[in-house]
Design a protein around this ligand. Structure first.
Ligand code: NAP
Length: 261
């Protein structure tokens, strides 16, 4: 039987927030195709734990970063390029979702949501794009959200930041349309990770509802009546990274059981 060679084999992929949740699922999918992986996140221990699994499949580099901090992002990408060469695939996945009623969304919370979710995406692209243009190939996938496409109550700052990530995606896709680099957003609905586990705990604490009632409150948004799995988000990302997806740019791919269409 002849060996199937993946088009992504050997490509250097950076996954921010790659140590757990959706980012870890994406890193596993890319590693499964032979891409070499840099995992970035805040916790070195979390990154190393995930890297231990991936090293059975590919070369892996770990580097800590605060995506909201320009100097930290510069240093992290310098380390990634020194270890595995220019970045070909950038997955801007690191994110946070704090909830609060609008009048309790103070400037600190507002700025934090914009800094991590929006500025972090901007800084990652600024660091990786020159190398993509030099090597003549690149894929940028921003993990946005259904909160990029519709509003949800009590998360104004998160929704504003995620809507802005989509604006950045669309504008940059047009700017780069004649170059061999695509820019897309993947928009998950409620997905079973720590963010959702925290949201469920929050609903239970604030409303006195049971775990089942709190889960029902979230899944009622999804016409399929369930939480999305991280691997389902990773599958959409992997498709966007394939050479055959070169004509897909500036898109928002909703992975949400039909919640947005
Ligand atoms: P998660 O399990 O809480 O993971 C968040 C990841 O982001 C972690 O790896 C974390 O790193 C990293 N991170 C957070 N702040 C960071 C910072 N300042 N600098 C560097 N890394 C940082 O959440 P998730 O559900 O996988 O979310 C991943 C992405 O999907 C986020 O952008 C989120 O908005 C988006 N999303 C999630 C859902 C959902 O329902 N789960 C729905 C729509 C969109 P550490 O491990 O080091 O803390």
């Amino acid at each position: 039987m002849s060996e199937i060679k993946s088009a992504l084999a050997g490509r250097h992929a950076v996954v921010t927030g790659g140590g757990r949740g959706i980012g870890a699922a994406i890193a596993r999918a890319l590693a499964g195709q032979g891409a070499r992986i840099t995992l970035m996140g805040r916790s070195a221990a979390t990154l190393e734990q995930e890297a231990g699994l991936l090293r059975e499949l590919t070369e892996v580099h770990c580097v800590t970063v605060d995506v909201a901090d320009a100097e930290s992002v510069s240093a992290a990408f310098a380390s990634a390029v020194a270890a595995l060469g220019p970045v070909a695939i950038l997955i801007n996945n690191a994110g946070q979702a704090a909830s609060a009623p609008f009048m309790r969304t103070d400037p600190a919370l507002w700025n934090q949501m914009l800094a991590v979710n929006l500025t972090g995406t901007y800084l990652g692209i600024r660091a990786a794009l020159p190398g993509m243009l030099e090597q003549g190939w690149g894929r940028i996938v921003n993990i946005a959200s259904t909160a990029s496409l519709k509003g949800y109550a009590y998360v104004t700052a998160y929704c504003a930041a995620k809507h802005a990530v989509l604006g950045l995606t669309r504008a940059l896709a047009l700017e780069l349309a004649k170059k061999p680099v695509t820019v897309n957003a993947v928009c998950p609905g409620y997905t079973e990770t720590d963010i959702v586990r925290d949201t469920l705990a929050n609903i239970q604490a604030k409303t006195g509802r049971s775990a089942a009632e709190a889960t029902a409150e979230l899944v009622k948004h999804n016409p399929q009546g369930r939480l999305v799995q991280p691997e389902e988000v990773a599958s959409a990302v992997l498709w966007l990274c394939q050479p055959e997806s070169a004509a897909v740019t500036g898109q928002a791919i909703s992975v949400s059981g039909g919640e947005t269409m």
